[in-house]
Design a protein around this ligand. Structure first.
Ligand code: DGP
Length: 112
């Protein structure tokens, strides 16, 4: 499959890993928008939030168990933001479900 994030999971494209287990992979964003900018992705290819279903939503729940562990390990004691862009209008550029963890500074409040 021609998916950048599937290639990262497979090790065909290098990445800076911050967490991995059977279901989930997390790595540093190549174009950080904050001092800490990590992407958390399911190993199974899911296109976007729109493709989450009863059959695959277990991994999404698992991702939200993993995110606080990563935030703690990264020292994001002051808080952090979790973002998933869904579709072109939201600026989704990689069509493999991913959650941005942004932190390490006081983030702007504008959401749109
Ligand atoms: P989004 O715009 O929500 O689809 O975010 C995609 C993010 O993926 C964007 O912040 C840049 C990041 N990204 C794209 N290609 C690569 C890559 O090859 N390596 C890493 N580490 N990040 C990537």
């Amino acid at each position: 499959m021609d998916c950048i994030f599937c290639k990262i999971i497979a090790g065909d494209i290098p990445s800076t890993k911050v967490y991995e287990d059977e279901q989930v992979y997390a790595f540093r964003d190549i174009n950080p928008q904050a001092p800490t900018h990590i992407l958390v992705i399911p190993k199974a290819h899911i296109e976007s939030v729109n493709a989450v279903s009863p059959e695959n939503s277990g991994v999404v729940a698992h991702i939200f168990e993993v995110i606080p562990q990563i935030a703690k390990a990264e020292g994001l004691t002051g808080g952090y933001r979790v973002v998933s862009n869904c579709g072109a209008d939201a600026g989704q550029t990689v069509f493999h479900l991913h959650f941005h963890i942004l932190g390490g500074k006081e983030l702007a409040l504008e959401m749109a």
